[in-house]
Design a protein around this ligand. Structure first.
Ligand code: PLP
Length: 384
């Protein structure tokens, strides 16, 4: 299969990830615990090592600021529901995935908060537009760094500066940027960073993380309570970072795999990985320019693009039908529809059918893209 759905989850994983998962599952898969037996302590150390790896890779304040989550959705919910209080104002954009839009909309529908949704143009918002949406009541700005529909990378450094100046907290959704766009928490005032482990960091599904910076200290309420592996005498959730947000048995196997994924990415560098993906997408952009029936969505700026690109499909061919033929006849996996991000599709005029998205990986070749484009030409030959 030619797998062009890496924005959903990356496949294949690098070989060291498979090897780590196999070795860890056979030799070290105990329930972590700081006061446990040797194998439990070894499992705890594996978690700790990956917290260090995350902290180094993203240049955070300290490893204990990294909380392991189930995925990026879990991290975003933890941040949003942990921070936002009744009476607050929240700023987001129309590029957001439902994992930001839905929790915030639910709070708004319950009459607890007010919101402003900044409208993007050709897939981009500016720091000035975000700034203009801030009010004295704004407690949180929640913004995706790279659109999962368009691949467009937002000016996060400038947005972060504007949000910091206004005194609100900034939550960045790095679902499509972690591992391909350099993120430096030392030099960029991001307060909360949510990321999946299973996309551009090449861990298995079931992994993710939330970074909480110093300005969020004491402000993120635990929304999952239970055993934390440490002090069991307390009647209520302990406050010790990072454990207070990590109740329950963690996905230590997945996190060990994530560690191998981060090492693999760090060795290559996000810049080189992004460049490979953008070069592959350029091939599709050039092809669409030569084919009148096809049009790409959003502004194509290779320097500010991550590894996803969506296409408007020709009249009479829905993205869903096209994706089904690509799958069944050509063994090519792409993602049609709204990509859990309905607001940007309304903006683009592609609601409700959506678009056809391709998202390559470091393992995708130019020949894979050529086969995908040839298949599109073949399928549409009879229709347009
Ligand atoms: C921009 C964006 N945010 C959040 C998510 C949710 O990530 P997860 O699947 O890890 O929950 C996705 C998933 O595709 C995404 O693309």
């Amino acid at each position: 299969m030619i797998y062009l759905d890496n924005a959903a989850t990356s496949f294949p994983k690098p070989e060291p990830v498979y090897q780590t998962l196999d070795r860890f599952a056979r030799t070290a898969l105990a329930n972590p615990g700081r006061a446990g037996h040797r194998m439990a302590m070894a499992a705890e150390k594996a978690l700790d090592d990956v917290r260090h790896a995350l902290n180094q890779f993203f240049r955070g304040e300290s490893p204990d600021r990294w909380v392991f989550t189930l995925n990026c959705t879990d991290a975003l919910n933890m941040a949003i529901k942990g921070i936002v209080q009744e009476g607050d104002h929240v700023v987001l954009t129309d590029l957001e995935h439902n994992s930001i839009s839905r929790p915030i909309r639910a709070l708004e529908k319950a009459g607890k908060i007010t919101t402003t949704r900044v409208v993007s143009r050709e897939g981009y918002v500016t720091a000035e537009e975000v700034s203009a949406a801030l009010t004295p009541r704004t407690s949180l700005v929640a913004i995706t760094q790279a659109s999962n529909v368009l691949g467009t990378v937002q000016p996060i450094a400038a947005v972060a500066q504007a949000v910091r100046t206004a005194g609100a907290l900034l939550l960045v959704d790095a679902a499509q940027s972690a591992g391909v766009v350099p993120i430096d928490l030392k030099s960029t005032p991001i307060d909360l960073l949510a990321l999946p482990g299973h996309k551009g960091l090449y861990g298995p599904t079931g992994t993710g993380a939330l970074y909480t910076g110093p300005r969020a200290d004491g402000r993120v309420r635990a929304w999952r309570e239970g055993g934390t592996g440490g002090d069991s005498s307390s009647e209520s959730q302990p406050t010790l970072r990072p454990y207070f947000l990590e109740a329950g048995s963690p996905n230590v196997l997945g996190i060990a795999g994530l560690g191998a994924g981060i090492a693999w990415v760090a060795e290559r560098g996000p810049g080189a990985l992004r460049k490979h993906e953008v070069d592959l997408l350029q091939q599709a952009v050039d092809w669409a320019e030569r084919n009148d029936a096809w049009r790409i969505a959003g502004r194509w700026e290779p320097e500010t693009h991550a590894g996803a690109l969506s296409l408007f499909t020709p009249e009479g061919l829905s993205p869903q039908d096209l994706a089904a033929v690509l799958d069944v006849t050509f063994d090519i996996a792409v993602r049609p529809g709204l990509h859990c991000a309905p607001y940007i599709h309304r903006n683009l005029g592609s609601f409700p059918d959506g678009l056809l998205r391709l998202s390559p990986s470091p393992f995708t070749t130019h020949d894979d893209i050529a086969q995908f484009l040839d298949a599109l030409s073949e399928i549409t030959a009879g229709v347009v």
